[in-house]
Ligand binder design. Structure first.
Ligand code: SF4
Length: 132
């Protein structure tokens, strides 16, 4: 059975700082039962290392901005997420393990910032997680 997994959880060096978030349970235990299909939407667009991204509430609409250069990357992330839906359908996955807290992969309680401030609430869903 095929299982989609956020690539960083498998030990791939694809995080914003060039590191990984390897999860030993996934890599050492689940790998005996599943064939992993890795996805990293951010690296596919921006490479690694890269600037961090954060979700921002812009008058009720949730956008994704790079945190230092303040560039709106919402459309790029939505596009790659949308394109991934057909890949995921073709991969015939039985499920998906998504990295928590990520503005791209996080399934729930992702930080959403008030525009131009550091104030945030944990109420967001990552853009890739939302589309898929
Ligand atoms: S959380 Fe998602 S986008 Fe971020 S590094 Fe991991 S796989 Fe890539």
């Amino acid at each position: 059975m095929k299982l989609g997994v956020s690539s960083c959880l498998l030990g791939t060096l694809c995080r914003y700082d060039g590191s990984h978030s390897k999860d030993d349970f996934i890599v050492n235990v689940l790998e005996k039962y599943f064939e992993f299909v890795p996805y990293c939407p951010e690296t596919a667009i921006f490479g690694s290392p890269r600037e961090t991204i954060r979700l921002v509430d812009e008058e009720g609409s949730i956008k994704a901005y790079t945190s230092k250069s303040n560039k709106d990357v919402t459309t790029q992330l939505e596009d790659i997420s949308y394109r991934s839906t057909s890949m995921i359908a073709n991969d015939n996955l039985c499920g998906f393990i998504l990295k928590s807290k990520s503005p791209t992969c996080g399934l729930e309680r992702v930080k959403v910032y008030e525009k131009d401030t550091h104030y945030n609430e944990k109420r967001g869903v990552g853009i890739f997680a939302k589309k898929n």
